[in-house]
Design a protein around this ligand. Structure first.
Ligand SMILES: Cc1cc2nc3c(=O)[nH]c(=O)nc-3n(C[C@H](O)[C@H](O)[C@H](O)COP(=O)(O)OP(=O)(O)OC[C@H]3O[C@@H](n4cnc5c(N)ncnc54)[C@H](O)[C@@H]3O)c2cc1C
Length: 473
């Protein structure tokens, strides 16, 4: 528990209207979108400026409490779940789009801006902010930078880090720095900016960012394909790659997910097909037409039972929304929804899809699978009840196998949701002892008192020697 006198100082620092230690607020901010992780904070505060955050960090170091930054709490690895003796930091007032620069193709925003709000604002000016997490209507830019969020356009356009030019950060010490520059080319010094992007709120608190924009694509087309098996889905990805077509969006839903989405969104999806693939092609109109013809040819070659291009923007939007509702739709089937995001190189997708199905049968867990097919980022989702301890255990065994398979294929245990609390026990197997130790030392150098979002990604503990150091000793 944080001492009452410290909480009083904190309250005076942020102002009573920006402070709460009510039981209701502590409960509200005790969890994020990750299941089975809950911890009440001692208080919740809303800082109104970077300077106030800086003072909060100085107080945290003096008084020894932890600070957990939280955007919208849509994270899927427990990153914004409080820890013991912690306060939660919220960003709702820091939600201004400060500038859209039509000459430099940049947008400067505060950390609490909602991703979709930025997307809409720049699109109104003929510009385009490509990162498009499925949670774009709720997630914040600060949360996106902290998780290096990916989303539906990763294959063609990359992920959040590809669009961050500068980021203003309050360091754990309370110092305020701006990492990166507004220049497209920038190699001055060590590239600290990219170390902070994806640091899951453990290295610094983002308050502002300048993001790179692109011109809005002139044309786009959304294509829906029904396939008779998951094996065909794997083949489809390979054929599209061999045809040298790079879709802006390349998603898939398996049968369990299709049935859940149709039950939820009622948009007329057939519930008896094995898999559905959703592709968006964008760019110059002539190229989009040519690529559309190629995708149709591939679908027919693979015996697709149905292939259709959306005939209007409304129809295209409806299909994309159906895909984006997959998580919420699956969540209605059982009390507990565990969604993971192991990623593999595209060439390993056919085997990964097949193995995921095999593991779910072996451990008798209901799994809906969907995800960002084009970049190999699958979202096998276990539907269980956390009250059924045996089912929880079986789901753990299932995910352990999925993660091990992803690692063996040269992939990762998390393509976009982060390690957080949920996957930290797998990090050493995935990244190796030495790499995790380097991460731990980096964190300790910046945050010696371990006050900023501690024990996320890895447990902070007494250092041990790396293999080489042991050899030298
Ligand atoms: C339905 C659904 C669909 C999703 N789809 C995708 C997807 O397609 N792609 C994808 O990548 N993710 C997806 N996610 C996961 C999640 O939305 C992203 O990780 C998102 O970036 C989190 O943003 P947030 O504002 O909710 O952050 P939070 O969940 O509040 O926080 C996430 C992490 O960021 C840290 N953090 C938050 N704000 C700051 C800040 N200002 N400074 C420093 N650290 C901060 C927190 O401490 C925490 O570690 C999805 C989640 C849901 C529920």
């Amino acid at each position: 528990m944080i001492a009452k006198s410290v909480l009083k100082t904190l309250r005076e620092l942020v102002g009573s209207e920006n402070y709460s230690d009510s039981e209701l607020d502590k409960l509200l901010y005790s969890y994020d979108a990750t299941p089975m992780l809950r911890q009440k904070p001692d208080a919740v505060v809303i800082p109104r400026s970077a300077e106030i955050i800086s003072k909060i960090m100085m107080l945290a170091n003096q008084a020894g409490f932890a600070v957990v930054p939280r955007g919208s709490g849509s994270g899927l690895s427990g990153g914004s779940v409080p820890v013991e003796n912690s306060i939660v930091l919220l960003f709702p007032p820091m939600n201004r789009i400060l500038e859209i620069n039509e000459e430099d193709f940049t947008a400067t925003v505060e950390a609490g801006v909602i991703t979709a709000t930025l997307q809409k604002a720049v699109e109104a000016k003929g510009l385009f902010y490509p990162p498009d997490p499925g949670s774009a209507t709720i997630s914040t830019i600060g949360g996106n930078i902290a998780e290096n969020a990916g989303g539906l356009r990763g294959l063609k356009y990359g992920v959040t880090k590809n669009y961050v030019l500068t980021v203003e950060v309050v360091l754990p010490s309370g110092d305020l720095v701006t990492l990166g520059t507004r220049s497209i080319k920038d190699v001055q010094g060590l590239n600290l900016k990219d170390v902070f992007i994806g640091s899951e709120g453990t290295l610094g608190i983002f308050t502002k960012a300048t993001l790179r924009l692109l011109p809005k694509p002139a044309a786009s087309k959304v294509i829906l394909v029904h396939l008779e098996s998951l094996a065909k889905v794997g083949e489809f990805v390979g054929e599209v790659a061999h045809a040298r077509v790079v879709p802006a969006m390349f998603e898939f839903l398996d049968q369990t997910t299709i049935q859940a989405v149709e039950g939820y969104a009622k948009i007329g999806l057939p519930t008896n097909i094995a898999a559905l693939v959703l592709i968006e092609l964008d760019g110059h109109a002539a190229v989009v037409e040519e690529d559309t013809a190629t995708v149709f040819r591939i679908a027919q070659k693979l015996g697709a039972s149905f292939v259709k291009a959306a005939e209007s923007d409304e129809e295209a939007m409806k299909l994309k929304l159906a895909r984006k509702s997959a998580f919420s739709a699956l969540a209605r089937l059982k009390p507990t929804t565990i969604l993971e995001d192991a990623s593999v190189p595209r060439s390993a997708l056919p085997q990964m899809l097949e193995l995921t199905q095999r593991f779910s049968k072996a451990h008798q867990v209901l799994v809906g699978n969907f995800g960002h097919l084009g970049d190999g980022n699958l979202h096998p989702t276990c539907l269980i009840s956390e009250r059924d301890k045996d089912e929880v255990h079986r789901s753990e065994l299932f995910f352990e196998k999925v993660f091990n398979a992803a690692i063996d294929f040269g992939g990762t245990i998390t393509g976009e949701h982060g390690t957080g609390l949920a996957k930290k026990k797998f990090l050493e197997r995935a990244a190796g002892e030495t790499q995790v130790e380097v991460m731990r030392r980096f964190k300790a150098a910046l945050d010696p008192n371990n006050v900023l979002n501690p024990n996320k990604i890895f447990d902070s503990r007494v250092f041990f020697k790396t293999k080489c150091e042991r050899r030298i000793a």
